[in-house]
Write a new protein. Structure first.
Length: 130
């Protein structure tokens, strides 16, 4: 069994209360690190399971974030949409040490969600349209 290799990302205070901070990865989409008003920290792939909206730009409330595109509520501890919506976005393990440093798992950063397609910006195209 492989041990977790933790990477220091930032301090808790570097993440806005009821906000987020994006972590870029060399491969794959960014990871959004969220902080709620209880100083709990969560990390999700910065991609709503609905239409790929940037969750890092959403509104954090309780242990949830509202996607800025269509207002889906995504649970921060699971990455899953709340009913009646369905779908999940990958979540990442987070560790906050006694000094308030936020760490993410290096193995997860290097592997989780790399196979998911990036959202396509711009107007929607109909099938068969030029």
């Amino acid at each position: 069994m492989q041990m977790n290799a933790w990477i220091a990302i930032c301090q808790v205070n570097d993440i806005p209360v009821l906000g987020s901070r994006r972590v870029q990865r060399p491969n794959g989409m960014d990871v959004a690190v969220f902080r709620n008003d209880q100083d709990e920290v969560f990390a999700l792939l910065d991609r709503c399971p609905h239409k790929g909206g940037p969750l890092s730009q959403g509104i954090v409330f309780g242990r949830n974030v509202a996607c800025p595109l269509h207002n889906w509520t995504i649970e921060l501890n699971s990455g899953c949409a709340r009913a009646p919506d369905e779908g999940c976005t990958p979540r990442f393990a987070v560790k906050v040490d006694d000094a308030g440093t936020v760490h993410l798992d290096a193995n997860e950063l290097a592997s989780v969600g790399l196979d998911l397609p990036r959202p396509i910006a711009g107007p929607a195209r109909r099938a068969g349209a030029a």
